[in-house]
Design a protein around this ligand. Structure first.
Ligand SMILES: Cc1ncc(COP(=O)(O)O)c(C=O)c1O
Length: 377
């Protein structure tokens, strides 16, 4: 059989299972519930373009080399100093959240003797980092602290570092990591190193929008924080906030950092401007929280089930790939864009619509969505 024939067979199977992924066609007439523009910053680009032009308008569109070879480092350094100061530690810029996780997780998991334990629902980029490390790792059932402790007790030996990996807001369920409990566990077991991916909480939670750790007053307790810039920050790229030695270690070991042309300086400059704006966007954070609360209550009354979500990401559970696609199409005909999430992105049988809210949504957008779901369920 030729490669083309094998691939055709694979694609047919995905199609039959209702799991064939396609790049969706944007529909400007639809209300969008798919993007991760949580603060509505991407929609407000024009508002900031003059300031951007005045301050960073001459920034280049290419760095022409990896960060270790690039000639013009000023804007990257400025971004890292600003972001590092917010988190009271060092920051290191990466090309994307995917690059950050693959690079950092593979580097840390490769350390001799490290025991790595990750939540069952962590993002694919973390799993890929673990696989790339070639190290043995464990997964604990989602948010199950008892199971996590059992894995540590069974597998940790004296003096061995234990890396525990979690996300602050889980990207497909919208629920939160039990961060306070994780920190309590770390107090009992100081060998724990807490790795927290704040991709969906950056901009959204905390007094300055730094994420769940800031919201709970736990920032100093987290050893490594990943923040992504392509979601609430309306830009692209990501950063890791960690100690100086960890950042230096990543500069020397994270292959996604070393062997990839770094972000265009213009993009880093835009990220810096967006970080500066985001810090003061408390009213947008409050608005998003209120919209999420209203949506959650509405969904609970439609499904008669309590929602696990505690954030701006709300799953509408369907439990079947084909049905999820059909429901998404029906919503689109009603002028609402909500994407179906299928296996393997989520476990089989938990297929759903993923409703992603933004401070730019209006109350009537939410009511239209709830009304449509009530009619279609
Ligand atoms: C939790 C989490 N981490 C990392 C990433 C990857 O970030 P990026 O899109 O910047 O590559 C995502 C993307 O959806 C994510 O949800």
């Amino acid at each position: 059989m030729s490669i083309e024939e094998i691939i055709a067979g694979r694609l047919d199977k995905l199609q039959e299972a209702g799991c064939l992924r396609r790049i969706p066609q944007p529909d400007a007439d639809c209300i969008d519930f798919t993007s991760n523009d949580y603060l509505g910053l991407a929609k407000r680009r024009a508002e900031f373009s003059e300031e951007f032009a005045d301050t960073f308008g001459r920034a280049d569109f290419t760095s022409s080399a990896s960060r270790l070879l690039a000639q013009h480092q000023d804007i990257y350094t400025e971004f890292e100093l600003f972001t590092g100061a917010l988190y009271d530690r060092k920051a290191l810029l990466f090309n994307s959240g995917y690059h950050a996780n693959v690079g950092a997780v593979s580097s840390l998991a490769s350390l001799p003797g490290a025991l790595v334990i990750a939540d069952k629902l962590i993002h694919a980029s973390i799993i890929d980092g673990l696989r790339l490390s070639g190290a043995r790792f464990h997964r604990f059932p989602h948010n199950d602290m008892k199971a996590l402790e059992r894995i540590i007790e069974r597998n940790a030996s004296d003096g061995q570092p234990v890396i525990v990996i979690a996300e602050s807001i889980y990207s497909m369920d919208g629920d939160l990591a039990p961060l306070q409990e994780l920190v309590n566990l770390k107090h009992r077991r100081p060998e724990i190193f807490l790795y927290l991916d704040e991709a969906h909480a950056l901009g959204v939670m905390g007094k300055r929008g730094l994420g769940l750790a800031e919201e709970l007053g736990l920032l100093p307790e987290i050893d490594l924080i990943v923040g992504t810039l392509g979601k609430a920050l309306a830009s692209s790229g990501a950063f890791i906030a960690a100690s100086e030695s960890i950042c230096n270690f990543l500069i020397n070991s994270a292959r996604s950092f070393i062997f990839s042309t770094c972000l265009p300086p213009a993009s880093a400059a835009w990220s810096l401007l967006m970080m500066k704006k985001m810090v003061d966007m408390q009213s947008e954070r409050d608005r998003l929280r209120n919209l999420a609360e209203r949506t959650r209550k509405g969904l609970e009354s439609i499904t008669s089930e309590e929602s696990e979500s505690r954030s701006q990401i709300l799953p509408f559970m369907v439990g079947d790939a084909e049905k999820a696609v059909m429901l998404s199409e029906a919503l689109r005909r009603k002028g609402l864009n909500v994407l179906p999430i299928r296996h393997p992105t989520v476990p089989a049988g938990t297929e759903r619509l993923r409703i992603s809210l933004s401070a730019s949504h209006s109350e009537s957008d939410i009511e239209r969505l709830l009304q449509a779901l009530t009619e279609l369920k």
